[in-house]
Design a protein around this ligand. Structure first.
Ligand SMILES: [Ca+2]
Ligand SMILES: [Ca+2]
Length: 148
């Protein structure tokens, strides 16, 4: 953990993840997706990426069990901004391979509703499974910090 990250993490719990290689800070400011992304990058991290089911389970468990967090939606790094329908994790530039998309009465996410949904949220009323949402909505967000 580098010094800058230590400084930033003061006052915020950085939850150590199951891989032992990163930790996560839950930021309760509600901002658009690009602001969430740049805020994490400025602090030496990146918007949370859920590459494995174990990592996804870990984050979802925190959101589901926290009275402070459970009623809000949360940005993560999943997006299809560059290529519609091709989902990648921003900043680590890896494809989204886990199948943790939510579903609605209208069908399965991601549904690109209105042709305008390109950013990944962990949606409270989907029990924090993934939904594609409009990037200009304002949600809380989770930053992930890899140990150096
Ligand atoms: Ca889309
Ligand atoms: Ca959607």
């Amino acid at each position: 953990m580098n010094r800058r990250l230590v400084d930033r993490a003061i006052g915020n719990t950085c939850w150590s993840g199951p891989s032992g290689r990163s930790c996560y800070i839950f930021n309760t400011n509600q901002v658009v997706w690009q602001t969430a992304r740049s805020t994490c990058l400025q602090d030496g991290g990146h918007l949370v990426t859920l590459e494995t089911e174990g990592e996804s389970d870990f984050i979802l468990q925190i959101l589901r069990s926290s009275s402070e967090y459970a009623s809000y939606n949360w940005w993560n790094a999943a997006n299809d901004i560059d290529n519609e329908g091709v989902w990648v994790w921003a900043d680590i530039n890896q494809p989204v391979t886990i199948d943790r998309w939510g579903s609605t009465l209208g069908g399965i996410e991601p549904n690109n509703e209105g042709g305008q949904e390109h950013c990944g949220e962990l949606r409270s009323d989907f029990n924090f499974l993934l939904n594609d949402s409009q990037c200009t909505k304002k949600f809380m967000f989770i930053c992930e910090y890899e140990w150096n």
